[in-house]
Design a protein. Structure first.
Length: 198
């Protein structure tokens, strides 16, 4: 439950960043486009564990001290947002330009075109990739143990000193497998739900 809770909050934070970054990379404003592109470039170009260490051990050295949970959500959210932004940007590009032009010819504003024409189709196309990214995020949260956030993997490491090491780690693997199996089932249900509107 702790894993899914932290993953869900990181997912929500990451989705906000992803939408902003995807929109920013399509912006006509060069500054906004540059900032969005730089964010995606630097996050996708560095390992997640390095980003975790920067947030947990680097920020305090410059006077920014965060509690473990918010720091974890920040690190995982930043990482998820960069990867998800490309999925969302690709989904936006998949919307036929003819539909956008038709909506504009009907007198719709830019906001109306986005929310009534572009966004519904973007969500349908992006859902499979975003759900896949979320499943990966759940597994990646095990890296939080490297920065002393108490999670299932860190507990397993402590317990393994007193009990059978192989058995403990196999139990952790089974728990992760169960979580990802359930999430994969949910993903399929969501995809079927959205495909009914194609």
């Amino acid at each position: 439950m702790i894993h899914c809770g932290r993953s869900s909050l990181s997912f929500l934070f990451g989705i906000v960043l992803a939408v902003a970054a995807a929109a920013g990379k399509r912006s006509s404003n060069k500054l906004i486009k540059s900032i969005a592109s730089f964010y995606v470039w630097i996050i996708r170009g560095t390992p997640l564990i390095v980003q975790l260490f920067i947030v947990f051990f680097g920020l305090p050295s410059v006077g920014v001290v965060l509690d473990p949970w918010p720091a974890g959500i920040l690190a995982f959210g930043l990482n998820f947002g960069a990867y998800a932004s490309e999925s969302i940007r690709g989904a936006i590009l998949s919307v036929p330009k003819g539909q956008i032009e038709a909506a504009e010819s009907l007198g719709m504003s830019g906001r109306q075109v986005f929310f009534r024409v572009v966004l519904p189709q973007t969500i349908r196309v992006a859902v499979p990739a975003l759900m896949g990214n979320f499943i990966s995020l759940v597994k990646q949260t095990s890296l939080a143990s490297t920065v002393t956030i108490m999670d299932m993997f860190l507990v397993a490491q402590y317990v393994s000193y007193y009990y059978e090491t192989m058995l403990i780690y196999l139990e952790v693997a089974v728990l992760y497998l169960l979580m990802t199996t359930v999430l994969t089932w949910v993903q399929k249900k969501v995809e079927i739900r959205f495909s009914t509107y194609v």
